[in-house]
Design a binder for this molecule. Structure first.
Ligand SMILES: Cc1cc2nc3c(=O)[nH]c(=O)nc-3n(C[C@H](O)[C@H](O)[C@H](O)COP(=O)(O)O)c2cc1C
Length: 185
């Protein structure tokens, strides 16, 4: 009974305060991802399922070459030139979310350059970013440091490194990491 009264009071408060659904939505994380060969995408989808968060892809305007080696070479040149390849994704997609979980592959020891483009464009003030890096043996590399430089207003929290697409402990590793960071109830 007490609970019912409390819930009704909360509802009445929300209705009378004019707080929009978006303010309440702010509690849901945004799962932002970039992926070339699918590992980071699959993990981002799993995280969105586990947290109830919204899923948004950072999509480059110009797709990377299908040939893996060509992609590796292009990515190296982009990093060396500090390129900022154009992205289709609207930076305003962050609105209404306090917690952002960024899932990306390690490219040459850091974030892929289209991720850098997005991070510089978007407004991260008041946002907390949790980083998940998939990799081929190099772990998270310089990603967290570079993220802090690119998204200056963001509070950067815990980083999780996943080898490839993860192994049979992936689901429980994610559960533990999400719970530790208060991203699941
Ligand atoms: C352009 C490119 C550069 C890469 N550089 C690294 C690296 O420096 N260190 C590393 O551990 N893995 C590296 N990898 C491997 C990827 O990080 C790894 O396969 C990742 O899980 C791929 O994620 P995705 O399937 O979401 O694209 C690289 C892969 C590509 C395509």
């Amino acid at each position: 009974m007490k609970l019912l009264v409390l819930s009704l009071t909360a509802l009445l408060f929300l209705a009378s305060s004019g707080l929009s659904a978006q303010a309440v939505e702010g509690k849901k994380p945004l799962v932002l991802f970039f992926s070339y060969s699918g590992n980071s995408q699959a993990i981002a989808k799993l995280i969105a399922q586990k947290t109830g968060g919204d899923l948004v892809e950072i999509e480059p305007v110009k797709a990377y070459p299908k040939d893996y080696n060509d992609c590796v070479d292009q990515a190296k040149e982009e990093l060396n030139r500090s390129d900022r390849p154009e992205v289709k994704t609207d930076p305003a997609r962050l609105a209404g979310h306090d917690a952002i979980i960024l899932v990306h592959p390690n490219w040459w020891g850091t974030l892929p350059m289209p991720v850098a483009t997005f991070l510089e464009k978007a407004d991260f003030s008041g946002k907390t970013v949790f980083l998940v890096t998939t990799h081929g043996g190099g772990g998270t590399g310089r990603s967290q440091k570079d993220l802090s430089k690119l998204a200056k207003e963001a509070t950067v929290k815990d980083t999780l490194a996943i080898y490839g697409k993860g192994d049979n402990t992936l689901a429980s590793d994610l559960d533990k990491w999400l719970a530790k960071n208060g991203l699941t109830s």
